[in-house]
Design a binder for this molecule. Structure first.
Ligand code: KG4
Ligand code: ZN
Length: 356
């Protein structure tokens, strides 16, 4: 390969309920991204049904990879490395992407890189559509707020792939709280977008839901606000009046966004961050995007909407950063259903890349 810096990475992502493949060049320029969502399949269960998810990944993975290549008008010969989500996620789902990636890597004789899904979410902020004006690259030290369905954490990124964990949720993840409160309010799965939509017509000051500041730490807690909504709903139901769903949704969303924003801002000041990055499924939330964009004294990077929820472009972008450092995996790589960001260990470099 002539130039490692320009490497094209084909990535696969199957950690939960989206079957995704994407190709990214130079760690930033998105050449193609395909996401086959299983949302409708799981909606009837009110959440992700793991067995159903892995079976659907098996059906979707080949056409999704083929589509990613054809959209980019490339063949496997044009790809420099394969990246795949190694974890965290559902074991039965992860193995489908992992085995497909191993198969392609072996068949096409390309290096394989196992990528942490959370690291992937953070790197979604580096991606832009090829051919468009690249947005400014995030600068370190960078305060990174990761808010997804399974995780809520604050990390100070002092350099590429270097995370200082500051805090995380002690109970529910922010996205999980959105999903659970949506269910309480009778709103459809997935809860985040449903709450956001309902909240548009609601009064965010109507209910004063509690905020867990956990002031001496950088941790979060969302079970208190979830329980407060439950009590309020039960009280209102006892009175037999119509449930003010829009006001409940708006007030709940306000409580969550308020804590996420203020704690991230405070941490950025205390740790001397230059900029802020917000990523993960909940970063698609319009109220969260608005407050970070309008009220932060730091430049804020939030991925485009299509890259907030699970996708493979983010795995390619993170995989690229690993690839340029020579963090290439062996073919006996196994999935890691539980794999905190703080426990990423690469025996670096496993394989030395050719210098540019
Ligand atoms: O990152 P993601 O796609 O999957 C995980 O890695 O967990 O995040 C999914 C989560 C779900 O909990 C979903 O309800 C939430 O992100 N979410 C939102 C919005 N869109 C997705 N939460 C709030 N507002 C949204 N617009
Ligand atoms: Zn995710």
């Amino acid at each position: 390969m002539p130039d490692v810096e320009q490497a094209r990475v084909l990535a696969l992502e199957t950690s939960c309920d989206e079957t995704a493949a994407a190709i990214v060049e130079n760690g930033r320029a998105l050449l193609s991204s395909v996401v086959a969502s299983q949302m409708e399949l799981h909606a009837r269960y009110g959440g992700v049904y793991p067995e159903v998810a892995s079976r659907q990944h098996v059906l979707s993975i080949t056409p999704v990879v083929e589509q990613a290549l054809s959209q980019a008008q490339l063949t496997l010969k044009d790809i420099d490395a394969l990246a795949v989500t190694q974890g965290p996620g559902l074991a039965g789902s992860l193995v489908v992407g992992m085995n497909m990636a191993k198969g392609i890597a072996t068949g096409a004789n390309k290096p394989l890189i196992g990528v942490n899904h959370l690291e992937g979410h953070l790197y979604s902020a580096w991606v832009y559509t090829a051919g468009e004006q690249p947005p400014p690259e995030p600068r370190f030290p960078l305060m990174a707020l990761l808010v997804s369905g399974g995780h809520t954490e604050l990390n100070l990124m002092t350099d590429h792939l270097t995370y200082q964990p500051l805090g995380s949720t002690l109970d529910d993840a922010a996205g999980e709280a959105f999903d659970k409160v949506a269910r309480l309010l009778g709103l459809p799965y997935p809860g985040g977008p449903s709450i956001q939509q309902a909240a548009e017509m609601g009064g965010r000051a109507r209910f004063k839901f509690p905020r867990s500041w956990l002031d001496d730490t950088w941790n979060f807690s969302f079970s208190g606000v979830k329980t407060a909504v439950l009590y309020e709903v039960n009280d209102l139901k006892k009175k037999n009046g119509p449930l003010p769903v829009a006001d409940l949704a708006a007030s709940f969303q306000e409580a969550v966004v308020d804590v996420l924003f203020k704690k991230t801002l405070k941490a950025s000041r205390e740790f001397g961050a230059k900029e802020i990055l917000v990523a993960g499924g909940v970063s698609a939330n319009s109220a969260l995007r608005k407050i970070f964009r309008s009220q932060s004294e730091f430049p804020v990077h939030i991925p485009p909407l299509s890259l907030c929820t699970d996708n493979a472009a983010m795995i390619a972008a993170a995989g690229y950063q690993r690839f340029v450092l020579g963090h290439v995996s062996e073919l006996d790589l196994d999935v890691l259903p539980t794999w905190p960001l703080s426990q990423i260990k690469y025996s670096s470099p496993v394989r030395t890349c050719p210098s540019p």
